[in-house]
Design a protein. Structure first.
Length: 435
């Protein structure tokens, strides 16, 4: 943070400042005053990592409360996206373009209202400008650049030098409200491109970014992930403790789904091997080391849900909480549910073989298949751990490799547990079903 603050001081007297980084600010853990506050004097922060969220958010952009723009760019590796960015009289404009799609067009004056910031830019210059300015790029000769505002054709822009084309205009004619500028460009090969945006000459007007993109980029997701992870762990621990010490109600009449679910939780929580195994697993997921391995080349570290310890330093985690949520939602809790269901069938007098023959297949097969797929995912994560962090991490991984073994033991125990240990529940279930 001290290094970043020193960069801020160095750029203090600059006309404009742009920050570059890989990660969006919503995924960065930073000490006070926070990375957004530090970069608040900048016009824009250009970043990647999330890119377009797999195509779900083609324009993942937002504005910080201090006025700084945060602009994700689509990835180059798969989508071949790049950005043309220009300052025109200290007004920032940009266009995100697909590689080898020509002509490439960027309107620099008047600039887009959505991306305007009165805090960082002299927007009054739009009102006093004399020309509409457009940057046009193409490997072929440009044959025409036509400009329209609010659907009215203003004429052709003429070439000045390099990629710059200009057309005279009277901004005073557009001093009221919002307006839309269109620029249509055609080159000698017949390829054409139209680019446009909403603008305003009145600098007091503004537009807001969409809620979803602002939520994704402005929310401190590591805090949300930390809270959500803690709540999920708390729910599982609370269920085990409550049903462990809560008096089991007597089954009366044909039990419904809610009663059977409650009954199965009582059986699970009051059977020591399952209660203590799941309770320790849940607490260990939150507090214990997940694995020990070579997290950095030549450096052995320990990974927890809340961060990493490597080289004698503690690094706070953000992605680790997301992985913890996935672990809880897609394995720990389903395992608990599967064991409850298995014990319920045992209390109804079934064994593993008999329940396959007598219980409805449309119910049992999806449950077994789902658990098998989740177990396969857990096994694959062990392989992924070994490939990423080495063989040491594979063997010293209580949350992955060891958990696969524990899961197999618990599932086997649920189906082979002595009937004498379940006698009370079996008798109660028989009496309920016969009444």
């Amino acid at each position: 943070m001290e290094e970043l603050l020193s960069l801020v001081k160095e750029s203090y007297h600059s006309n404009q400042t742009i920050w570059f980084g890989h990660y969006p600010t919503s995924t960065i853990i930073s000490p006070s005053p926070g990375v957004r506050k530090v970069m608040s004097s900048a016009t824009a922060y250009l970043c990647g990592h999330l890119h377009t969220l797999g195509g779900l958010m083609p324009a993942l952009h937002c504005r910080h409360p201090q006025g700084t723009l945060e602009l994700e760019l689509g990835d180059w590796m798969n989508n071949r996206k790049y950005r043309i960015l220009a300052f025109d009289h200290d007004l920032l404009s940009f266009a995100d373009v697909n590689f080898e799609e020509w002509p490439a067009v960027l309107i620099t004056n008047p600039k887009s209202l959505l991306y305007s910031s009165s805090t960082h830019e002299p927007l009054v210059k739009i009102l006093h400008s004399t020309h509409i300015r457009v940057l046009v790029f193409s490997p072929s000769f440009i044959t025409s650049v036509n400009v329209s505002i609010d659907g009215v054709h203003l004429g052709a822009a003429h070439h000045v030098s390099g990629p710059l084309y200009v057309a005279k205009w009277s901004p005073q004619n557009y001093s009221e409200g919002l307006h839309y500028i269109d620029v249509m460009v055609q080159d000698a090969t017949g390829k054409s491109r139209t680019r446009g945006h909403t603008f305003a000459v009145n600098e007091n007007l503004s537009l807001r970014f969409g809620f979803l993109s602002s939520f994704i980029l402005l929310t401190d997701h590591y805090i949300l992930a930390r809270v959500l992870f803690g709540l999920i762990v708390l729910v599982q621990v609370a269920l085990l403790l409550i049903f462990r010490y809560l008096r089991k109600p007597t089954l009366k009449g044909p039990p419904g789904l809610v009663m059977l679910t409650s009954f199965s939780l009582h059986v699970l929580s009051k059977t020591n091997i399952f209660y203590y195994s799941l309770l320790i697993l849940s607490l260990y997921t939150a507090l214990g080391p997940w694995f020990i391995g070579e997290v950095i080349d030549g450096q052995v570290g320990t990974c927890f849900s809340f961060g990493l310890i490597v080289g004698g330093h503690f690094l706070q985690g953000n992605l680790t909480f997301m992985i913890g949520i996935l672990q809880m939602v897609f394995f720990n809790l389903p395992l608990m549910a599967y064991l409850c269901w298995s014990l319920l069938l045992r209390c109804q007098g079934h064994s593993f073989c008999s329940h396959i023959r007598h219980v409805r297949h449309f119910l049992t097969l999806p449950i077994h298949l789902t658990m098998l797929l989740l177990l396969a995912w857990q096994v694959y994560s062990c392989y992924f751990l070994q490939r990423t962090y080495g063989t040491l991490a594979f063997f010293l991984s209580p949350m992955k490799t060891w958990l696969v073994v524990l899961t197999l033991v618990l599932i086997r125990k649920a189906w082979t547990l002595s009937s004498s240990e379940l006698r009370t529940y079996i008798v109660e279930m028989k009496n309920c079903r016969s009444s």
